[in-house]
Design a protein around this ligand. Structure first.
Ligand SMILES: [Zn+2]
Length: 281
């Protein structure tokens, strides 16, 4: 490693760093207030299509709460849109008719499917991120993942298993996103930018700071899901799965054994989780 190099996101853009807006995927919507209605449209994929749909809703004073569309590879796109009709100047049925009559852009229009109180899109499947099949884990999956193993196998075996599952995933992350770019440990800035891009985009957490000195990298992660769930459950175990991911990842980056410790953790009451990666040998 390169002696005393120190890198960090710290001084890059403090204003941008502090901005954080929760993103709702928006295709599974509980209609708790009874005034929300969801529509599924098939529209022509051409400039202005989104504007025209937005205008139909705006003209009837219907606020759009969710808007999602399919990938834009073909000449048609599926659109799922949820509107708030609490101050609407028309009924949902009337808006649906307006949309159907807009034949310059809209090929098909219908109300979205409902399962009990939930609207969902039956068109927008499968889910992809940048063209790659992706799945979402909701609260049942996340809790089951972290606590099911512990309940069935006991903490000792389960936490070790989580670490080693993470380790394998860290190696794959290196292969997918770092090796293919030709980055080496000398490009630690670019590597950490990529790590942050992946964590934020997939909703795992946010790297707020990192520093490199000697044989040690210190990484601060905000809102790490693994520890956030523990915090909600009053459990101060700390990260094993993500810690394993970091170990597998940096072992490949440096082609050396690494040891990763979590030195601060939101599950223990700290403001963020902090990981120390020690490059051994
Ligand atoms: Zn933590």
């Amino acid at each position: 490693m390169d002696g005393e190099t120190v890198s960090s996101f710290d001084d890059q853009d403090d204003n941008r760093k502090s901005k954080k807006f929760t993103r709702d995927v928006g295709t599974f919507v509980m209609n708790e207030k009874k005034n929300r209605f969801a529509f599924e449209l098939l529209v022509k994929n051409q400039p202005g299509a989104i504007f025209v749909i937005g205008q139909e809703f705006a003209e009837k004073n219907v606020n759009i709460l969710h808007f999602a569309h399919s990938d834009t590879q073909s000449d048609k796109a599926a659109v799922f849109v949820v509107g708030d009709f609490s101050s609407a100047d028309c009924s949902p049925e009337e808006l649906l008719e307006h949309l159907k009559n807009n034949t310059d852009f809209v090929l098909e229009a219908e109300f979205a499917k409902k399962a009990g109180p939930v609207y969902y899109s039956s068109y927008l499947f499968p889910l992809q991120v940048d063209g790659k099949r992706t799945i979402l884990f909701g609260p049942a999956n996340l809790n089951g993942f972290l606590y099911g193993l512990r309940k069935n196998l006991g903490d000792g075996m389960a936490l070790s298993l989580l670490y080693h599952m993470g380790f394998g995933i860290g190696e794959y992350i290196y292969n997918y996103y770092i090796k293919t770019k030709g980055y080496t440990f000398r490009n630690i800035d670019k590597i950490m930018e990529m790590v942050n891009a992946i964590l934020v985009s997939y909703g795992w957490g946010k790297v707020s700071n990192f520093s490199l000195g000697g044989n040690r990298i210190i990484i601060d992660v905000e809102d790490l899901w693994e520890c956030e769930i523990q915090k909600e459950n009053g459990d101060a175990t700390g990260s094993n799965y993500f810690r394993g991911i970091l170990a597998g990842f940096f072992q490949r980056v440096y082609e050396k054994n690494v040891e990763v410790k979590e030195t601060l953790c939101i599950a223990k009451g700290d403001d963020f989780c902090q990981f120390e990666v020690h490059i051994l040998d």
